[in-house]
Design a protein around this ligand. Structure first.
Ligand code: GTP
Ligand code: SPV
Ligand code: MN
Length: 615
């Protein structure tokens, strides 16, 4: 077994050859790597340093072995296409386990297995699993280096695709080893693709050990262990202990024409609009406004000395949904993807570019679909997988906030919860206080999307967009949110939004995308006390003249429908949330149940005829 720092035997001369025990200054890290190597038996171990030269070497190797297909240097410079195993195209929630010491700690919304048994079973699968393969040691930082928010993780992986993705998604390499120094408080992530067999696929979290073992998948959220596994499930447990929040939220800065910037964090379930909102282009009629991106998927939120909630984006890149991204829907994303991007499961044009549904360009003849087959307009299947993704460094984002690397983070004045709801939930709804805001988050429901394996379009409860990402008991998670009110002396205002309401013909009522700025603007007007609102039993909605609709031809009936709060629909909603809360007993906080009861009691008993829940 060759143990080298840098890539491959031929590169040894230009880096330093080291022994397993002297690569990092952390004895705990070196011991752990030696232990993993004894178990998995790789042919060689490569510690990634994160340098551009190393990245180029890794890319060359990935192209040689067919993991990456180079795209046209003139059309997409520095960009590559990856085609995954067709059985491995989305997060696998049924194979995701929280192996806390007791089932009760994981709670009823997580799959649980006993830690000892799971370690033993996976050790069996992993024994000798990297024979003939290279083991990459991937040190990374979540959060800006030197920030009090920042945490170090080490992912060990046998996948060059994972190694390259982690180089985009995190601050990866020597910078992380430097931050770790000789300490032992790093997240231990062990990833092995095995034979990509769904029968031997498990993504296991051990919060008590700050450890993750993921086997049998190479897909984003299953395999890039920094992301959902560490930054949400494990970090959530750490945050509860240490008094902060790890959330599935985008973070944006909204600058008014007067130059004042307000920061907003928003939780939307997977494939429900975070990336798009975080980099939206204001509509022409509101062009004095500007949006700047802090993050598109994950927020770590802490209480500042000023009693406000401050947020950082722990990531350094975006792993975003490609389909639906066009010059019209998200011009900033299209510009960001012009270079240095890895695409996964997109279609490829004969001249070496990518294509996907909703790109708003004609698919060219001779298009190759995501599985490498020739595609035509008559094909039944989509050319790009509905969960095709791009992996791109945040520095490519033309509207990246100058504060994205600020170690203090940014102060959050509004939190938004938004699901994908064909009915019931209005365009924007404001809570009256923190407890009501927490209840809004806890009551969230959303229709499932292609981001996770399973049926698409099924309404399910997805509190705070965290159903698949909360690493401990969901009832305790609600209690933690309520408890934060004690330390957040100047809490953000909490809103619920819905960009996805549909009319009778199944068309979206609201134009969405850049037009969502109008809802954000209303929130700012509310926060700064500039505008009134209409009271409903479940919260405050804009008066019809309250939304700035300049330049938007929206029929009066459409506006009315967007803002409608109907008692009969909300009775169904309240009941559904109530049933969900019952499942969380005995961990469900009394304060939330009480507020839920009191809101439900305000809905008219039998005002409208009982419609079925046609969400
Ligand atoms: P994850 O990366 O899975 O967490 O997803 P996300 O929440 O970042 O969602 P994203 O912004 O990538 O959007 C997912 C899909 O919803 C894409 O196909 C978008 O085009 C579409 N979408 C985003 N915003 C809107 C909107 O305001 N209206 C409509 N109709 N579709 C939207
Ligand atoms: C999501 O599914 O919410 C994503 C993509 O952001 S993944 O990294 O796969 O979780
Ligand atoms: Mn996400």
């Amino acid at each position: 077994m060759a143990i080298v720092s840098g890539l491959g035997a031929s590169d040894v001369a230009e880096t330093s050859t080291s022994t397993a025990n002297s690569v990092s200054k952390s004895p705990a890290l070196n011991d752990w790597i030696a232990q993993v190597a004894r178990l998995t038996q790789p042919d060689q171990i490569i510690w990634l340093d994160g340098s551009p030269a190393e990245r180029q070497r890794l890319i060359r190797r990935a192209v040689e072995v067919g993991v990456l297909i180079p795209l046209s240097e003139s059309k997409r410079p520095g960009s590559y296409l990856h085609r995954s195993n067709p059985n491995d195209v989305a997060r696998s929630e049924e194979f995701t386990l929280v192996c806390a010491p007791s089932k009760d700690e994981a709670g009823p919304t997580n799959n649980w297995a006993p830690p000892d048994e799971t370690y033993a079973k996976l050790s069996g699968w992993l024994a000798g699993s990297m024979r003939g393969r290279t083991m990459y040691v991937i040190p990374y930082i979540m959060g800006p280096a030197g920030s009090p928010f920042a945490k170090v993780g080490i992912e060990v992986s046998d996948s060059i695709y994972v190694a390259l993705s982690m180089g985009i998604m995190t601050r990866m390499g020597d910078v992380a080893l430097e931050m770790l120094g000789d300490r032992d408080d790093f997240n231990r992530g062990l990833h092995c693709t095995l034979d990509m067999n769904p029968d031997r696929r498990l993504i296991c979290h051990f919060p008590q050990d700050n450890a993750i073992w993921s086997v049998g998948s190479g897909y984003g959220g299953n395999a890039l262990l920094s992301k959902k596994c560490f930054a949400l499930r494990i970090a959530g447990v750490l945050g509860r202990k240490e008094g902060w929040l790890a959330e599935h939220m985008m973070i944006l800065g909204l600058q008014s024409p007067a130059g004042q910037t307000t920061y907003v964090a928003g939780a939307f379930p997977s494939a429900c609009g975070k990336t798009n909102l975080a980099m939206l282009t204001p509509p022409a009629a509101l062009n004095g406004w500007r949006v700047f991106t802090i993050g598109d998927d994950i927020a770590w939120l802490r209480v500042g000395a000023d009693g406000r909630l401050w947020a950082v984006n722990p990531e350094a890149g975006y792993f975003g949904v490609a389909p639906g991204t066009s010059a019209k829907s998200n011009a900033n994303a299209m510009r960001m993807l012009e270079r240095d991007t890895m695409f996964t499961n997109a279609a490829m044009t004969p001249d070496g570019d990518v294509w996907w549904e909703g790109m708003d360009t004609e698919p060219p003849p001779g298009l190759i679909d995501w599985q490498g087959r020739v595609w035509s307009k008559d094909s039944k299947d989509k050319a790009a997988h509905p969960n095709a993704r791009f992996t791109v460094p945040m520095r490519n984002n033309p509207v990246l906030s100058p504060h994205v690397n600020d170690p203090r983070g940014v102060p959050i004045d509004a939190i938004i919860f938004g699901g994908r709801r064909a009915a019931t939930v209005p365009l924007v709804l404001e809570s009256t206080d923190w407890t009501h805001g927490v209840l809004m988050g806890a009551m969230m429901g959303s229709e499932t999307t292609a981001a996770a394996v399973g049926k698409v379009g099924v309404l399910r409860r997805d509190p705070m967009a965290m159903l698949p990402f909360c690493g401990y008991n969901m009832g305790d998670y609600f209690a933690h949110w309520l408890k934060m009110r004690g330390t957040v002396r100047r809490p953000p205002r909490v809103f619920m939004v819905n960009w996805f309401r549909k009319d009778r013909d199944g068309r979206f009522v609201w134009p969405g995308y850049g037009e969502n700025l109008r809802a954000l603007k209303w929130m700012l007007d509310r926060i700064h006390g500039r505008i009134g609102a209409r009271e409903t039993p479940v919260g405050l909605v804009p008066n019809e003249e309250g939304l700035d609709l300049a330049g938007l031809a929206l029929g009066a009936d459409v506006l009315k429908e967007s803002l409608a709060v109907r008692d009969d629909e909300w009775r169904v909603e309240m009941n559904s949330a109530g049933e969900f809360f019952t499942k969380l007993e005995p961990h469900m906080p009394a304060e939330l149940k009480e507020r839920h009861r009191s809101l439900a009691s305000r809905l008219s008993g039998n005002g409208a005829s009982k419609r079925s829940a046609s969400h």
